[in-house]
Design a protein around this ligand. Structure first.
Ligand code: 5AD
Ligand code: FES
Length: 351
């Protein structure tokens, strides 16, 4: 089968074999990519119209106990200026976000044991109490099942935990021994079982990634049926072991976004900040290739430059209000608009 036939097969059967995925990632042309983007855009249009959901990210701590080789806030980066936001600061980011039309907040941080489970639950409860019509998403890394459950009971609706790569050997090349793919998968399964709308995802073009790794990612995503999938290019950070590695491909990232949209028509798919960093029109092109979410930063301007997972991250010099105005303009320029909505996952695809 040629690549276009494989993309058509994915569209009708919503699955490919490992062998077929590998072929597609090994040999796709720009024409194949644009063919997939066209299909994916139409699928997204059918489900979501020209409407894009927004989620405001509050990067509340850049302390992290982990040492992932790709990440700028890894614990052994002595050049990172560390910060933590307290409950009041987090709440005021959400208040500001609500006034700007956000109805979905993402609390994201490094794995920072300084916040106790009780404190995190208290923060979640406070956000839900101030903004009962809004959704709270957590992105706190790997925690115990009991902790996930307590946070869910405190009111958290969603959890983002990228699987990073579904190939165990590749996982081991991106992380120290203390982190394993098996444990990551356990966490993801627990999150879904508890009832979270759960997001997984991976970087495109991370060091040592092969077409086989990407094939495993697609098979995993198919089997896991996540509610959200976060995908962006790998970008090097100057203070990490991967500082000299080349960035992931913009085109491959767009292609993967389209393939995910074709495979899982209803999934929530962000055009990520990393995609907007690797190319000035990355987020717009991501939307045009099948994405339906953008996740602007709601962190206080004073800390934005400190939450540097990779070099040259966009929007780190801007106020939240500037970012949302900028994004509205960018989306309007391609004929899309932001919706003021929680943007929940819906299996039936009603709007
Ligand atoms: N380049 C791109 N994405 C990165 N992430 C972490 N470091 C980098 C990097 N150097 C992604 C990871 C993580 C998410 C929060 O950010 O996939 O899960
Ligand atoms: Fe942040 Fe454009 S979205 S400055």
């Amino acid at each position: 089968m040629n690549n276009k036939e494989l993309i058509d097969k994915l569209n009708t059967q919503k699955a490919l074999s490992k062998y077929e995925w590998v072929q597609l990632f090994r040999s796709f042309s720009q024409e194949d990519r644009l063919y997939a983007a066209d299909l994916a855009r139409h699928i997204a249009l059918e489900r979501f119209g020209k409407k894009v959901y927004i989620r405001g990210i509050v990067e509340f701590t850049n302390y992290c106990k982990n040492d992932c080789y790709y990440c700028g806030i890894r614990c052994s980066n002595r050049n990172a200026q560390r910060y933590r936001l307290n409950k009041e600061e987090i709440l005021s980011c959400c208040d500001e976000g609500r006034a700007l039309g956000f109805m979905s907040f993402v609390l994201q941080g490094g794995e920072d044991p300084r916040y106790s489970l009780e404190q995190m639950c208290d923060i979640v409860r406070a956000i839900k109490q101030h903004h009962p019509d809004c959704a709270v998403t957590l992105s706190l890394g790997e925690l115990s099942e009991q902790a996930y459950k307590a946070l869910y009971e405190a009111g958290a609706d969603r959890y983002l935990l990228r699987h990073e790569t579904a190939d165990a050997a590749h996982y081991a090349k991106l992380h120290p021994e203390s982190l394993t793919l098996a444990h990551r998968m356990e966490c993801l399964r627990a999150l879904k079982k508890i009832g979270y709308q759960t997001g997984c995802g991976m970087m495109i073009g991370s060091p040592y990634q092969t077409p086989e790794c990407l094939a495993e990612d697609m098979l995993f995503i198919k089997a896991f049926e996540p509610h959200m999938v976060g995908v962006g290019p790998f970008l090097p950070h100057k203070d990490t072991p991967f500082k000299d590695c080349p960035p992931g491909s913009y085109e491959t990232t767009l292609f993967v976004l389209s393939l995910i949209r074709i495979m899982l028509p209803q999934t929530l798919l962000p055009a990520t900040t990393a995609l907007g960093t690797v190319h000035p029109l990355g987020r717009e092109e991501g939307i045009k290739a099948g994405a339906n979410v953008v996740m602007p930063n709601l962190s206080p301007t004073a800390v934005r430059k400190k939450y540097m997972l990779y070099d040259n991250k966009i929007c780190t010099g801007d106020e939240s209000a500037q970012c949302i105005a900028c994004l509205k303009g960018r989306l309007a320029a391609i004929g899309y608009e932001i919706v003021e909505s929680r943007g929940d996952y819906s299996a039936v695809g009603d709007r």
